[in-house]
Design a binder for this molecule. Structure first.
Ligand SMILES: [Zn+2]
Length: 70
């Protein structure tokens, strides 16, 4: 493994790079933490429709036969 823990910032509408718990600090968010699966798009604000910035809080490892281990 050569991955480093990094805070990644992802915007609404972008696909999650990994499965995990994402936190957003949007002003209207009544839920701050979202479980998002890999390649799922992060939601935008249901109230104002604006994009929110999400930060990966906790990556969740999925054992998948499709993952390209090397
Ligand atoms: Zn909003």
């Amino acid at each position: 493994m050569q991955l480093e823990k990094q805070k990644e910032n992802i915007q609404s509408g972008e696909a999650a790079p990994v499965s995990g718990l994402y936190r957003n600090d949007h002003e209207h968010a009544n839920e701050r933490d979202f479980w998002i699966g890999k390649d799922q798009r992060l939601p935008s604000c249901p109230i104002c429709g604006k994009a929110a910035a999400f930060t990966l809080e906790q990556q969740v490892e999925h054992i998948s036969r499709d993952a390209d281990f090397s």
